[in-house]
Each structure stands twice: as structure tokens, then as C-alpha cells.
Design a protein around this ligand. Structure first.
Ligand SMILES: Nc1ncnc2c1ncn2[C@@H]1O[C@H](COP(=O)(O)OP(=O)(O)O)[C@@H](O)[C@H]1O
Ligand SMILES: [Mg+2]
Length: 369
């Protein structure tokens, strides 16, 4: 009769293509039961937005099919997002598993558009997602979501995020009167506001918190990098950025602060012609790929230049909601999956480092005793 060891051995032949580890040692097999040839378990994937979810599930089925003595096989597939940030030292925001800062060298590259549609894509995949509009000088998320008159309540000294399309949303734009004066605020005040938005907000359980940063390397990106551990930074570029090198400067600042860079997404990368359905790289192609190679960071996607994306933002109906099957929405979905995969990779690395630190500490205390 087939035994548990044999099942686990077969399952260990399935490798997660992103994490490059087998699914058994990654702890992705849960609640395994084997009863007289009847096998049952749960496959717990690392994010509902993993680009390889279907492939992993297929590989598991194939591996199990090779065990001829099995009478019955039943698999439940779920996803539990891994913690991609260190939560050890009681740093706050412990219910938020991943924080992703979205940065760019200059304004107008579509950072807010990309932040919002990526947040929606992750949420539509089944993740719990928050969106923090940290562009205190020019908050644009409320308009893009059609929430011009939105507001946040304060309960028990905590800000309650507004809700829209399944997202928890916090923006300085909700404080209409103050936001008119934002231009005169300087360093410490700005940092204080961002810290409050991060730490004094009742985010509840989130898989991903997307933080739409103002462009460049000012007080807000610096405060985000220094206030709490974050998973990493997503860099948004346009083909023109490559020539002016502005993105490179922003990446340099985060690298100096030891904040991981998740990768780069190129916005307004190409134009899809409605007559021939072909991609035209009207501003030249390969710019973001060049940056990703130079900085040894992943290239996570390219978003077309599309009037529907702009109209969606202007009308408060983002493209992920207005036309979820359009090529633009598909491009956002692909990028979102690649970003989720990068978060899982960083989470696995963090888990490995914490475990090896513990093993080191244990062996040190053993030597000492
Ligand atoms: N891929 C795109 N195609 C067409 N228009 C876009 C695209 N991305 C952004 N836009 C438009 O460009 C303008 C600037 O975008 P925004 O997201 O506000 O940039 P940022 O936050 O970097 O300043 C907005 O009018 C937006 O609708
Ligand atoms: Mg913006």
C-alpha cells in the first residue's frame, strides 16, 4: 500500500518556478490525509496572483498521477500571501504583509495610474489590498476613483480608510481644506503626515499595501524608506526617462538606503494599433529593459499608451474596472502577477534569512553552554 513518504517524495519533484524550491520544503502542502489509498491535501500557493499558479497545480496533478496505487485523489487549492517584510521588532503595521512603494524619477509618468490599476488587479485576483496616496503635494487617487468628496473617519484615534472597488484607500486629498495648503508644508510636517497615514490607520489585514509616492527623492520617499520595513520599491518609467536618466537617480537613493527594488514597469511603452492589433514602439523600445539590466532588477511589465487608460482616470472609472478585458487591463494584470511573484521571492528570502539567523544563534548558544 502506498505510504506518506512516497507521496511526499513525488510532491517534492514539483518546483515553484519563482522560488526555485520544491513545494514540500516551502510548506505549500497542508492537511495531508492518506487513508487506504485515498489521498487528500490542500495546496497553499504563495499569492493568488502568482503567474505560475496553473502550472504548479498541473505539475502536482501529474506527479500524483504517477502513483499508481492511489484509489482516490482530492486537492483543495488556496493561496496565502507570504510576509514580505520583517515584522520582528514590533514596528507597527503588523497586519500588513507587504508594502510596495511606487516611485519614479519625475512626475507625469503615470505613477498614480499604474499604482491604482495594479492595486485593482491584485484585488481582482483575490488579494486584500490597500492603496495609500502619499503624493501629499498632488493627491490624484480620489479623482481617479471618482471619490472627490470621499472622506476618512477617525475612530478610537485611528484613521478609517475609505473603501472603493474592494480597495482600502487613504489620501491627503480626502482632507480637502488642508490639501489646498499642502504646497507650503515642509519636511518634518510632511514626514509626520505620512507616518500617521502609515501607522495610525486602521488598515486591518492586508496582503499588499501599494504606496503611490510623489516623484523624485524628496522627504516622502525618504520617510517611507526609514519609518517601517517595506517589501520593496516598484519603479515606473516611460521610454523618455531612459534618455534623461531621472529614474536612475531615484533607484540610486533606495539602493543606498538598502531598500529592495522589486523591479521596473514601463508605462506608455507602446501603442497598440486598432487596425492591425500590433504593438508600435513609437518612442523606441527596450529602454526599461536596459535600466533593469543595468541595475540587475527584474523587468516586470510594459503598459501601452492608450486613451482608454487616460479617460478611465479622468472619469473616475479606472481601466481595470471599465474594461477588464482590454489589452491595457491585461498588461496591468500581467505586471501585477510579476510584482506579486517578486514579493513572494523576497518573502522566501526573508524567511530563509530569519531561519538561518535562528540556527546560527542556536549553534552559538550551544557552543557557549
Ligand atoms: N498608459 C497610459 N496611456 C495614456 N494615458 C496615460 C497612461 N498612463 C497615464 N496616463 C495619463 O497621464 C497623465 C499622468 O498620469 P499620472 O498617473 O497622474 O502620473 P504621475 O502620478 O506619475 O504624475 C494622466 O492624465 C493619466 O491619465
Ligand atoms: Mg501622481
Amino acid at each position: 500500500m502506498v505510504g506518506i513518504d512516497q507521496v511526499l517524495e513525488k510532491l517534492s519533484t514539483v518546483i515553484d518556478p519563482d522560488l526555485k524550491k520544491d513545494i514540500v520544503s516551502m510548506g505549500m502542502i497542508k492537511d495531508l490525509e492518506l487513508n487506504e489509498g485515498n489521498l487528500k491535501f490542500t495546496l497553499e500557493l504563495t499569492t493568488p496572483a502568482c503567474p505560475f499558479n496553473v502550472e504548479i497545480e498541473d505539475d502536482v496533478r501529474k506527479a500524483i498521477a504517477e502513483i499508481s496505487e492511489l484509489k482516490n485523489f482530492d486537492m483543495n487549492v488556496t493561496a496565502k500571501v507570504m510576509e514580505g517584510r520583517s515584522l520582528d521588532d514590533d514596528v507597527g503595521m503588523a497586519t500588513v504583509k507587504n508594502i510596495i512603494g511606487v516611485a519614479s524619477g519625475k512626475g507625469g509618468v503615470g505613477k498614480s495610474t499604474v499604482s491604482l490599476n495594479l492595486a485593482l488587479a491584485l484585488s481582482q485576483a483575490g488579494a486584500k489590498v490597500g492603496l495609500l496616496d502619499a503624493d501629499i503635494y498632488g493627491p490624484s487617487i480620489p479623482l481617479m476613483l471618482g471619490m472627490k468628496d470621499g472622506f476618512m473617519e477617525v475612530e478610537e484615534n485611528k484613521l478609517q480608510p475609505a473603501e472603493s472597488n474592494g480597495l482600502k484607500v487613504v489620501s491627503f486629498g480626502f482632507f480637502a481644506e488642508q490639501s489646498h495648503q499642502a504646497a507650503i508644508y515642509r519636511g518634518p510636517i510632511i514626514s509626520g503626515i505620512l507616518k500617521q497615514f502609515l501607522v495610525d490607520t486602521n488598515w486591518s489585514d492586508l496582503d499588499y499595501l501599494i504606496v503611490d509616492l510623489p516623484p523624485g527623492t524628496g522627504d516622502i520617499p525618504l520617510t517611507l524608506a526609514q519609518t517601517i520595513p517595506i517589501t520593496g520599491i516598484l519603479v515606473v518609467t516611460t521610454p523618455q526617462d531612459v534618455a534623461s536618466n531621472v529614474a536612475v537617480k531615484a533607484i540610486g537613493m533606495f539602493e543606498k538606503l538598502n531598500v529592495p527594488i522589486l523591479g521596473v514597469v514601463e508605462n506608455m511603452s507602446h501603442f497598440i494599433c486598432s487596425n492591425c492589433d500590433e504593438k508600435h514602439y513609437i518612442f523606441g523600445d527596450g529602454g526599461a529593459k536596459k535600466i533593469s539590466e543595468e541595475f540587475k532588477m527584474p523587468f516586470l511589465g510594459e503598459i501601452p499608451l492608450n486613451s482608454g487608460i487616460m479617460a478611465g482616470s479622468d472619469l473616475g472609472k479606472p481601466i481595470m474596472i471599465a474594461s477588464p478585458d482590454s489589452p491595457s487591463a491585461i498588461a496591468f494584470r500581467t505586471s501585477a502577477k510579476n510584482i506579486a511573484a517578486q514579493c513572494s521571492i523576497l518573502a522566501a528570502k526573508l524567511q530563509y534569512e530569519t531561519e538561518s539567523e535562528k540556527t546560527n544563534e542556536e549553534s552559538i548558544s550551544e557552543t557557549n553552554s
